[in-house]
Ligand binder design. Structure first.
Ligand code: SAJ
Length: 435
């Protein structure tokens, strides 16, 4: 289908070429639009212009190579004029658990000089309520000729509109390309027309439904989705502590409880990681601290799980035992270490354990910086780690660990924080899993 019929936005600039921005840029470029991908990291820009990727995500490299070869995707460190701008930069939190919008503000200020009338600006970064309006304010602060009327939420330049909307990314790492296309999108415009303009661009590649609303609702929708998941995982993690105390197998318990038609308990684990679910609930708490005891408590339950696991391990093992810690990333089959509970377990263990700690992760090439200076930690192949250790601690449920020949676990003390080896361990009457 010709893109001419679908969108008037022919040249799109994507700011932030990470887990969301790069796949989005590559998909749009493969649909035939010209895409300028902008990132402040020169090495990321170079890698992409060579048709390669700096992140692991199924099928992404093929898509980026095709987009770069067709010359529809070009990466740069410097923004240039375009018809539409999609902002996908990180919005982390501070040590006080408050939203840190520095990268976002810098991105907006970097495009301000090239903004023209009739441009579309879409904020995809997860943001606290009110941020889309701030985008308009930041632009008008930097460019005297951009006017923003708070009364009717309209931004203009030379009497021409600038369309500003929030459409939060909702893709699951590991399934990004599938979900970018197939998931429904929520699109919140500063005005209704802003929302409709943004929808016209997404229609180019989104097969799911586009739901147009106002910007503040869209902002809170995204935060609510992640807080909902965090709270549900916290419930599973809390039940796992109850089961441990009462000596009940949590995996069997959840399997049976989930046979009820209206019960669907998630999986307990070593905690909750990633740049989204471990962060976004705090944006709601920050906006409405007195109204959010449940969301806050869920964060504490999930954040405390690594410490609980470490205590359980230390109470069981010999202080000089060699330990194999399997899996560093925050979840299976990805290479992302951000807020990883596996890393939290390892860092805490390293502080207290005297024996050697061998780390292995098939998706990570070498020891992460935060662990480099710790003398008793070594990074190696996972089979070597298992064979050299008396104690095996499974932290991330990577495919390679699920598929291992379980007999290599015999005669070991095993802590399986994800329940992937449960049937083998039960059958062989090995050390019970850390639920
Ligand atoms: N986890 C559990 N038990 C479970 C499910 C997950 O312990 O039953 C843990 C994972 O191991 C991981 C963490 O939770 O440490 C988060 O993993 P996840 O797969 O639930 O989610 P993310 O962070 O990879 O992606 C989430 C998704 N949000 C929702 O499912 C509501 C994704 O759709 C969002 O786009 C993404 O956050 C984001 O960028 O906001």
């Amino acid at each position: 289908m010709s893109t001419k019929n679908i969108t008037k936005y022919k040249k799109v600039s994507v700011l932030g070429l990470g887990y969301v921005g790069l796949p989005t840029a590559a998909i749009i470029a493969n649909k035939g639009l010209r895409v300028i991908g902008v990132d402040t990291n020169a090495s990321t820009v170079k890698t992409i212009n060579e048709g390669k990727t700096h992140i692991i995500e199924p099928d992404l490299e093929v898509l980026v190579r095709s987009a770069v070869n067709s010359k529809n995707l070009v990466a740069s460190t410097i923004p240039e004029p375009a018809d539409a701008f999609i902002i996908a930069v990180p919005t982390p939190f501070t040590t006080e658990k408050k939203p840190d919008l520095t990268f976002l503000q810098q991105a907006i200020e970097s495009i301000a000089p090239v903004i023209k009338g009739e441009n579309l600006i879409i904020l995809e970064s997860t943001s606290p309520v009110g941020t889309t309006q701030k985008v308009a304010e930041w632009l008008s602060n930097v460019r005297q000729d951009i006017e923003f009327s708070e009364l009717n939420n309209i931004a203009t330049i030379d009497s021409k509109n600038i369309y500003i909307a929030h459409s939060p990314e909702r893709v699951l790492p590991g399934r990004v390309l599938l979900e970018l296309v197939n998931n429904d999108r929520v699109i919140g415009g500063l005005t209704e027309q802003c929302g409709n303009e943004a929808e016209s661009l997404y229609r180019l590649f989104v097969k799911g439904n586009c739901h147009v609303t106002n910007a503040r609702t869209a902002e809170l929708v995204k935060l609510t989705e992640n807080a909902y998941r965090d709270t549900n995982i916290a419930f599973a993690n809390e039940i796992s502590l109850v089961c441990d105390k009462l000596d009940i197998d949590v995996w069997e318990l959840i399997k049976l409880a989930n046979r009820h038609p209206r019960v669907d308990i998630l999986k307990p684990g070593p905690g909750v990681g990633g740049h989204c679910i471990a962060v976004d609930p705090w944006f709601i708490v920050d906006s409405a601290p007195d109204e959010t005891p449940l969301i806050r408590a869920s964060r504490f339950v999930n954040d405390n799980k690594p410490t609980w696991i470490v205590q359980k391990i230390l109470n069981t093992i010999d202080e000089n035992a060699t330990l194999a810690c399997l899996g560093l990333t925050y979840k299976s089959d990805i290479d992302d270490l951000r807020e990883s509970p596996s890393m939290a377990v390892i860092e805490e263990l390293a502080k207290c354990h005297k024996g050697q700690i061998l780390l292995a992760d098939p998706n990570i090439e070498s020891l992460p910086d935060s662990l480099r200076k710790i003398l008793n930690i070594k990074f190696c192949d996972f089979e070597e780690a298992i064979s050299r250790s008396e104690v095996i601690i499974l932290l991330t449920d990577h495919r390679e660990f699920i598929e291992i020949n379980k007999s290599i676990l015999s005669n070991k003390t095993v802590f399986d924080t994800r329940g992937i080896w449960r049937s083998f361990l039960t059958r062989n009457n090995l050390e019970s899993v850390v639920d």
